[in-house]
Design a protein around this ligand. Structure first.
Ligand SMILES: [Zn+2]
Length: 653
C-alpha cells in the first residue's frame, strides 16, 4: 500500500443509536439481510481454526504498554487500544471473516521468529523485521512513521540488548516500508556508513507513484483507509493489511545501494541475503529475499496473508498478476526445499516447512487464477462486469484464510486484469460514448417515471436486501438531484449495508466513508497537507515540471503562445516551458533565446513555493527568485496553474 494523507482531521462519525423514524432508512444498524449475509459467511468459513492466532502470538517477547506510541509533543500517533472492541465476537455490522482478520492484525509486540530473527508487529500498518547481524541490527522496513519505528526499535533494544543499526533494507517503494527511517537512524548514524539497501528504481518510484495523480489519489486513499471513520463496530475495522495507518512523521532517505541483476547475493553485517528482484508486482520497485542462515524467506508484500490488490481502490497503475505469480513460484523453486519459515512486511509469519510451502503455493495460485480465469472468460467474449460476476472462488480460498480478499477482492482484481490487457472499455458500443453521470442520471430518473417513482422502487430493492441495485439506482437519482435528501439518505443506507457486509476492509471503508459524506457532507476545507519537503526534494526537476503541467489550465491561460526559461544554478539545471495549444511542455536542458522571461532560483525555493511555505511574490521580493524579461508573463503563467482542492465531491456531482 501507499501512504495516504497523514493529517486529515478525523471528524467524529455520528455514533448515536439508530433512530428508526417512519420512512427513514436505517442508520448504524445491520438490516435483516445483512445479518443473514454475515451469518452465512461465518457459517461457511472455519472461523474456529486457531492456527493463525497461534502463529500471530508465537514468540511474543515484549509489548509496548497499552500499544500507545506518542510523538515528542505528546500527540498520539499509534493507539492499539482503539481496537480493543475487537475482543468481542463479531457483531452483525461487520463481516465475521474481516473481524477475525483484524483481530489477528492488531496483535502487537516484539516477536522472536527464530533466535536472531525478530519482528515488531501491530505498531503500524506495516511490520518491521530485525535481523541480528555480526555487529548490530539489520532492519527490514522501518514502518511508516519515525515515531512508531523509534518506539519499536527501542522495545527491541530494551528486551534484547541495545545494538547499533548497521543496515536498513527497504523492500519496496511504498512509504509504509521506508517512511519511519529517521526514527531509527540519526544524522550521525547516516554519516557513519549505515548501509541503506533498496530495489533498483526505488527512489524514483517512491516519489513518483503519487506525484502526477497525487491529489485525487490522496482523496481516494482517504476513502480506502477510512480516514474519517473512527474504529468501531459501525466504523473502521482495519485496512486489510494492518489495523490502521500511524499518524506520525514520514521521511525519505536516499539508499546507498540498489539491488539489481539476476539472483543477486549480498552479505550484510555477516548475514547472507539471496535476493529475488520483483519489479512491477505489488510495487513498481520491490524485492524478496531468502536468508539461508535462518532458512527463512521474506516475501516483502507479495504474500501477506491476504489477497492483495492488482489495482488498489485509491487508484494506481495496474500491477502484473502474472509476474506476481511467477515470482512466487520462483521463490518456491529456489527455496521451497530449504525454507521452513515465511515472513513478510505485513501480517504474521508462516512457520514450518510444509505450511510455508503450501502457503506460498496458494499465493502463487491465487494470482495465477485471477489472471488466467479473467483472460479465459475475456477470450470467450465476456466483459469485465460479466467476468467479475461469474468468477467463482476456487475451493482453496474457501478454506484458507490467507487467500481471502481482506485487501484486494476477486471482483475488482479481475477487472484489473481485464484493464491491464484491454483498458477501460468493455468493447460494448453503448459504453463507448455514454453520457456522463449527471446527464445520464437526469434521463434515467425521467425515463423511470420521476424522482418519487425511482425512490419508491429503490426502497423496494433496499427492503429486499438488494443493496447493490438500490445503490445503482439511487446514485442516478442523487446525480440528477443532489439535494434530494431522502435519495441521499437511502443511498447512504445502501452503502452502509454494503460496507457492513464487505469482507474486504477497504471496500468496507470506501462504502462507510461514502455513507458518511452523503449524510454529513464533506468535513470541510483545509487541514490536509499533502506535500512533504523530503519527498519533494528527491523529485527530479523534469518530473516536478511535469506535475506543474498537469496543473496547467488552458482556459485560464488563453490562446497566447510563449516560452519561459527556468534556471537552477546550484543543480546546474535549466528547463524551458513551451506554452501553446493548451499545453505547457517542459524540456530539460533547454533555453529559449526569445523567451518571455527567464526565472532563476534554487530548487529549494521552488519546493518552498509548491509546499505553500512562501509565495512566489515573496521570494521575488526577497531576491530568492530573479526574473529577467517580462515578470507579468511569469505571473500570468502561475495564475493559470490550478490549485487542486482535496475535498472534491465523490458521492455527489
Ligand atoms: Zn505495505
Amino acid at each position: 500500500m501507499r501512504v495516504p494523507i497523514q493529517s486529515i482531521l478525523l471528524a467524529a462519525l455520528c455514533q448515536a443509536p439508530a433512530v428508526m423514524a417512519q420512512d427513514a432508512p436505517p442508520v448504524g444498524v445491520a438490516t435483516e439481510a445483512t445479518r443473514r449475509a454475515n451469518a452465512e459467511v461465518g457459517a461457511s468459513l472455519p472461523l474456529a481454526d486457531p492456527r493463525d492466532f497461534e502463529a500471530a502470538r508465537r514468540g511474543l517477547l515484549a509489548q509496548i504498554p497499552g500499544g500507545i506510541i506518542r510523538a515528542d509533543d505528546g500527540r498520539v500517533v499509534w493507539d492499539a487500544s482503539r481496537y480493543d472492541f475487537l475482543d468481542a465476537t463479531a457483531p452483525a455490522t461487520v463481516n465475521p471473516s474481516l473481524w477475525r482478520h483484524t483481530q489477528l492484525d492488531r496483535i502487537h509486540g516484539l516477536f522472536e521468529l527464530k533466535p536472531g530473527l525478530y519482528q515488531l508487529r501491530g505498531y503500524d500498518v506495516s511490520v518491521m523485521t530485525l535481523i541480528q547481524g555480526k555487529t548490530g541490527w539489520i532492519v527490514v522496513d522501518p514502518l511508516l512513521s519515525a515515531e512508531t519505528a523509534r518506539a519499536a526499535l527501542a522495545l527491541a533494544n530494551q528486551r534484547l540488548g541495545k545494538r547499533p543499526v548497521r543496515a536498513v533494507l527497504f523492500t519496496h517503494s511504498h512509504a509504509d516500508h521506508f517512511g519511519g527511517v529517521r526514527g531509527i537512524l540519526s544524522e550521525a548514524g547516516l554519516q557513519a556508513g549505515v548501509r541503506l539497501i533498496a530495489p533498483a528504481g526505488f527512489t524514483r518510484e517512491a516519489v513518483s507513484e503519487n506525484l502526477l495523480a497525487g491529489n485525487a489519489m490522496a482523496r481516494r486513499s482517504g476513502f480506502q483507509f477510512g480516514a474519517t471513520l473512527p474504529p468501531g463496530p459501525t466504523g473502521q475495522v482495519g485496512v486489510g493489511i494492518g489495523a490502521a495507518l500511524s499518524q506520525g512523521t514520514i521521511g525519505l532517505v536516499e539508499p546507498t545501494e540498489f539491488v539489481t541483476g539476476d539472483q543477486p547475493v549480498l552479505t550484510i553485517d555477516g548475514i547472507e541475503f539471496q535476493f529475488i528482484d520483483t519489479p512491477g508486482t505489488e510495487a513498481p520497485a520491490e524485492f524478496m529475499f531468502y536468508l539461508p542462515a535462518f532458512q527463512a524467506l521474506c516475501t516483502a508484500e507479495l504474500a501477506t496473508g491476504s489477497m492483495h490488490n492488482l489495482l488498489t481502490l485509491r487508484g494506481a497503475q495496474i500491477r502484473d498478476g502474472l509476474a506476481w505469480s511467477r515470482y512466487l513460484d520462483e521463490a518456491l523453486v529456489r527455496h521451497g526445499e530449504a525454507m521452513d519459515l515465511v515472513f513478510a512486511s505485513h501480517s504474521w509469519p508462516t512457520f514450518g516447512a510444509g505450511p510455508a510451502r503450501d502457503y506460498l503455493a496458494r499465493q502463487r495460485d491465487l494470482y495465477r487464477y485471477l489472471h488466467d480465469q479473467t483472460l479465459r472468460l475475456a477470450n470467450l467474449g465476456f466483459t469485465p462486469a460479466e467476468i467479475a460476476g461469474q468468477l467463482r472462488e476456487p475451493a482453496f480460498m474457501q478454506q484458507e484464510f490467507s487467500t481471502r480478499g481482506y485487501y484486494g477482492t476477486l471482483h475488482h482484481n479481475s477487472k484489473a486484469v481485464y484493464q491491464r490487457y484491454f483498458g477501460w472499455w468493455d468493447g460494448v458500443p453503448a459504453n463507448l460514448h455514454a453520457l456522463p453521470p449527471e446527464q445520464a442520471g437526469g434521463k434515467y430518473v425521467e425515463f423511470m417515471g420521476g424522482a418519487e417513482a425511482v425512490l419508491a422502487k429503490a426502497r423496494q430493492s433496499f427492503a429486499a436486501g438488494d443493496y447493490r441495485w438500490s445503490a445503482t439506482v439511487l446514485n442516478h437519482l442523487v446525480f440528477a438531484e443532489p439535494d434530494n435528501a431522502p435519495a441521499r439518505d437511502w443511498l447512504a443506507a445502501s452503502y452502509e449495508q454494503l460496507g457492513f457486509q464487505a469482507e474486504s476492509a477497504i471496500w468496507r471503508n470506501y462504502y462507510l466513508v461514502a455513507a458518511r459524506e452523503l449524510r454529513h457532507g464533506l468535513p470541510g476545507a483545509g487541514a490536509v497537507q499533502l506535500g512533504n519537503p523530503e519527498f519533494l526534494r528527491a523529485v527530479p526537476t523534469a518530473m516536478l515540471f511535469d506535475s506543474l503541467s498537469v496543473r496547467f489550465n488552458p482556459g485560464k491561460a488563453g490562446d497566447a503562445a510563449y516560452a519561459l526559461n527556468f534556471e537552477f544554478p546550484e543543480r546546474n539545471e535549466r528547463i524551458c516551458v513551451l506554452v501553446g495549444n493548451g499545453v505547457a511542455v517542459p524540456r530539460m536542458g533547454c533555453r529559449v533565446e526569445d523567451a518571455a522571461a527567464t526565472v532563476t532560483m534554487n530548487r529549494i525555493t521552488l519546493d518552498e513555493v509548491l509546499l505553500g511555505q512562501a509565495t512566489f511574490a515573496e521570494r521575488v521580493t526577497d531576491g530568492s527568485i530573479r526574473i529577467s524579461g517580462a515578470r507579468a508573463s511569469v505571473e500570468s503563467h502561475i495564475a493559470a496553474l490550478d490549485q487542486f482542492p482535496y475535498w472534491f465531491n465523490v458521492v455527489t456531482p
